[in-house]
Design a protein. Structure first.
Length: 82
C-alpha cells in the first residue's frame, strides 16, 4: 500500500544517514549537556558569592604579592599583616 511505501521510504532515509551525521548529532547533544552543566555551576558560584569583581580582585592580589616579593622582599611581611 502507499502508506507502507511512505513508511519504508522514511526508514530507508534514516538508515542512509552517514556516520559523520550521527557523530555530529551526538556531539551537538554532548556540547549542549556540557553547556547546561557549566551554566548550572556558574549559577551556583554566583549564589555562593563568587562574582567577577571578587575574581578580578583575587587575580590582582596575586600579581601584587608577586610584585612585592620581587621588588621589596624585605617588606613582604607587611603585606601579609595587612
Amino acid at each position: 500500500s502507499t502508506f507502507d511505501k511512505i513508511i519504508m521510504a522514511q526508514v530507508d532515509r534514516k538508515l542512509e544517514r552517514t556516520h559523520s551525521a550521527a557523530y555530529r548529532e551526538g556531539t551537538k547533544e554532548a556540547i549542549e549537556r556540557v553547556l547546561a552543566s557549566v551554566e548550572a555551576t556558574a549559577e551556583k558560584r554566583v549564589k555562593d558569592g563568587f562574582s567577577e569583581v571578587n575574581f578580578t580582585l583575587g587575580v590582582l592580589n596575586c600579581f601584587f604579592i608577586l610584585f612585592m616579593f620581587n621588588e621589596y622582599p624585605q617588606h613582604l611581611w607587611i603585606v601579609y599583616i595587612v
